[in-house]
Design a protein around this ligand. Structure first.
Ligand SMILES: [Zn+2]
Length: 77
């Protein structure tokens, strides 16, 4: 018998300092509470770089999907 476990509802709040989300139950931000100001700048740069690379990856998936669509059209005709 297949059973389904619902994903736990994760309450999060946004950190004022690093703009990341962290669990509501945590007293301090799990991302930046232990970081100094210079380390925080590095963290923000890393987050920005990761966001940029995931956008590029998303674009590649879009191109790939469009390409597959065209191939499917060509096969059907
Ligand atoms: Zn933070």
């Amino acid at each position: 018998m297949p059973f389904f476990i619902p994903p736990p509802i994760r309450l999060t709040k946004k950190c004022e300092r690093c703009a990341q989300r962290y669990p509501w139950s945590a007293k301090q931000c799990v991302h930046c509470a232990h970081l100094s100001d210079t380390q925080l700048i590095e963290l923000k740069q890393r987050i920005a770089a990761e966001a940029k690379s995931s956008r590029v990856l998303g674009l590649w998936f879009y191109v790939l999907a469009a390409l597959l669509f065209v191939i499917l059209l060509l096969i059907k005709v």
